[in-house]
Each structure stands twice: as structure tokens, then as C-alpha cells.
Write a protein that binds this ligand. Structure first.
Ligand SMILES: [Mg+2]
Length: 395
């Protein structure tokens, strides 16, 4: 246990520029269902000063995505009883904010919750929802007999050609979204037309949160967005014989999510680079794999840049620029035992698990080294103690 005095000593740098930053996963680390894990409040208290301001750059990274960052920040602030700003939150779709080349394109969005508002806050100006598309083209959605039109409708409004598809999360009416997304893909963005069998290129698809399953209150896991994507890919392949390609895959364990989180940490650090990022999570396959993969990327980046080459992570071409400042030196993964991870079950080693977990991310492979945390601790308070201890011994 660390006393407040020791903690203050640990962070007693002359300026408020820090060498270390922290990424916290939310579910299973800070919250369990709607309840705050008791260690979370104690942990966060150790990271703030007398004015309740964080003494280190801190970002909360979650694969949730059916709300805006403002909403999530508000929710976390209320639950954890401290001020958390939207700029401290990374949701699965947040890195889309950096993908400016898509912001002025006409995009179709799929998911639930305030999808149009989410898209607008991310910078997209020209957004069409599945509901708008269905309303404009009532002959397309034919599964639910009760929703079929009783007479031939006449179009009143012509929607612009769709240029990209953004899959935020699992929709409510899977059959409607599957049908209309396929219609958009196979007509090159003009779903009122017949399928174009000569289509040579597929329009860009950006997918957030590939988790196949998630744990709710039911005895067994529930379908996640990844399961919806399995259906979409399968239908697409059945109809075209080709694999559905993703322009980008966002959310943990994707590199792009960690790159974005690092950018936010650095902004809190007055744009100074950090030497270490501590990533605290409860899931080996997302939090630990993601942090370790990012650490490997950082190591490669340092090697490559000293060799004069530039390394660009898969799916990040659209966001990385030549002017990017030097990256963090390392990312340490800390596994806690208050969520998904059960210290009594063996580590996964089966290829099927790899297939399940890294669905849609063909470049990711299950490697035992990547699911091995740098540290395993009881809870998030122990994780913060460990980080403060390491940082104090580095000064
Ligand atoms: Mg979690």
C-alpha cells in the first residue's frame, strides 16, 4: 500500500510533464455491470492531486460504441465520482475522428443508439442511416411481412450515392441491415439499382468492435458485433465468391486504437512524448494482446526509424503523417483479476480461439508471447501502485 506522501514523492517532478501515462479498460477493471469495483475509486484517488486533477495523463479505452464520448465521459464521471473529460475517452469508433479522408464522403452508418449524432461528432458531414435508406427504398426490406409496402411507393427524395460504409455496432434488425448493406455493396452505393455483376472494386467498409461475444448477466455469452459481421461476410461471399474486405478495423486489440489513445495521452502531456504507457485490462485477448502488439509495434518503429525506414501499421495509412512526433518508448500490459480473466483457467492456445478472437483481422495471429501480460495483479488499485512504484524508481 502506498501512502499519499510517498505517492506525491513518486510524481514530484518540477513540471507537470510526465514520463508515464495510463490506459484503463472500463468493464471488469473499473466497473462490473453498472457497479463500481471498490478498488477503482481508491486507484483513481491515487492518481489525482488535491484539486482532483490527474497527475498523469490518463485515458479510458473501451470497445463500447453505441454512445458518444461525451455521454461515456459523463457516465464515468458520475459512477467514479470524479471529473472525466470526453478527451480522456476512447470508444471503439473514436479513431474514425482521425480518418479525415472519409469525413466529406457520403457514408452509410449501421448500428444502434444515436448513430447519426455519433457520426457527426466524429467529423462525418454526409451521413445516411439504414432507416433513411429503407424509407427511401421501401421495396428492399422484405423479410418482415408486416413491414412490406401495400402499394408501389413513389420516391420523393433522391439520396446521394453512398461512398463508404461504417459499421458501428450490432443493429437491432439484423435482417434489414444485412439486406441493405449488401444492396449498397453490390450496387456501388446506389441501392435502388440492380446489382452490378461487373463491379471490380469493393467500396470501403470501416468496422468498429469485432468482438464475437460479450458477457452480460445471462449464464452464457451473448452475440456481439463480430457475430453480425460473420453473417455479413458470409452473405457477401455467397453472392460474390469474394471475401469482404475492411478498409480499417477499429477497437481493441487493433493498433489504430492504441495509436489514437497515445495521441490523447500526449495531448494531456503538453505534446511531450511518454517513455512508458501502462495499459490496465481484464481481457487477455483484447487488453493484453492489444497492449503487447502495440509494444511490439513501438519497438519495431524505433528500429525502423533508426534504420531510415518508416513503418506504417496496418489500417493506419489514412492517419499517419510525416510530421508525427516520436512515439512512446514502450507499452506495459497489466492484467487484473476482477473481470473476464480467471487466474484458475489455463491460457488459451488453440487456433480456434485465435479464429474467434481475431475475427476480421487477418493480420492478427494468436501468439503466446502476445497474451502474456507484463504484470498480473489483483485489481486496478494494485495496478496503480505498481505503476507508481516503477515510476518512482525510474526518477
Ligand atoms: Mg474489460
Amino acid at each position: 500500500m502506498w501512502s499519499r506522501g510517498l505517492l506525491q514523492q513518486a510524481v514530484r517532478h518540477a513540471s507537470n510533464i510526465r514520463q508515464a501515462g495510463v490506459l484503463f479498460d472500463v468493464d471488469g477493471v473499473l466497473l462490473r455491470g453498472g457497479t463500481v469495483i471498490p478498488a477503482a475509486q481508491r486507484a483513481l484517488r491515487k492518481l489525482v492531486d488535491r484539486n482532483n486533477k490527474f497527475m498523469f495523463p490518463v485515458v479510458f479505452v473501451t470497445n463500447a460504441g453505441s454512445c458518444t464520448r461525451h455521454h461515456k465521459a459523463q457516465q464515468l464521471s458520475n459512477k467514479l465520482d470524479m471529473q472525466i473529460r470526453p478527451e480522456q475517452v476512447v470508444l471503439s469508433h473514436s479513431p474514425l475522428h482521425m480518418m479525415e479522408s472519409f469525413h466529406n464522403k457520403c457514408v452509410l452508418v449501421s448500428g444502434q443508439g444515436p448513430v447519426t449524432q455519433i457520426a457527426h461528432t466524429l467529423g462525418f458531414q454526409n451521413v445516411i442511416t439504414i432507416e433513411q435508406l429503407s424509407e427511401q427504398h421501401p421495396l428492399l426490406d422484405m423479410v418482415d411481412h408486416s413491414r412490406r409496402p401495400t402499394h408501389t411507393p413513389c420516391s420523393s427524395q433522391i439520396l446521394p450515392q453512398i461512398q463508404a460504409i461504417i459499421l458501428f455496432g450490432e443493429p437491432v434488425r439484423w435482417e434489414t441491415n444485412l439486406q441493405l448493406i449488401i444492396d449498397v455493396l453490390l450496387t456501388n452505393g446506389r441501392p435502388g439499382c440492380a446489382y452490378d455483376t461487373q463491379l471490380s472494386a469493393q467500396m470501403p467498409v470501416l468496422a468498429c468492435n469485432m468482438d464475437l461475444l460479450w458477457m452480460a448477466d445471462a449464464p452464457s455469452p451473448r452475440f456481439g458485433h463480430g457475430m453480425f459481421l460473420v453473417c455479413l461476410e458470409s452473405v457477401y461471399k455467397k453472392l460474390t465468391g469474394r471475401e469482404l474486405e475492411y478498409e480499417a478495423v477499429l477497437g481493441k486489440p487493433s493498433l489504430i486504437t492504441y495509436q489514437y489513445a497515445e495521441q490523447l495521452l500526449r495531448q494531456q502531456n503538453q505534446n511531450h512524448k511518454l517513455s512508458t504507457i501502462y495499459a490496465v485490462g481484464d481481457n487477455l485477448m483484447t487488453d493484453i494482446y492489444g497492449a503487447n502488439l502495440y509494444n511490439r509495434y513501438l519497438a519495431k518503429h524505433h528500429t525502423e526509424t533508426t534504420g531510415g525506414n518508416k513503418l506504417v501499421a496496418q489500417g493506419t495509412q489514412a492517419i499517419m503523417t510525416e510530421e508525427e512526433p516520436p512515439l512512446t518508448a514502450q507499452c506495459r500490459s497489466i492484467l487484473v483479476c476482477t473481470g473476464v480473466y480467471n487466474p484458475h483457467s489455463p491460457l488459451p492456445g488453440d487456433q480456434n480461439i485465435s479464429e474467434m478472437v481475431f475475427h476480421g483481422q487477418k493480420h492478427l495471429k494468436l501468439e503466446s508471447a502476445l497474451v502474456e501480460p507484463s504484470h498480473v495483479v489483483e485489481d486496478v488499485e494494485a495496478a496503480v501502485d505498481l505503476m507508481l512504484q516503477q515510476e518512482s524508481s525510474n526518477t
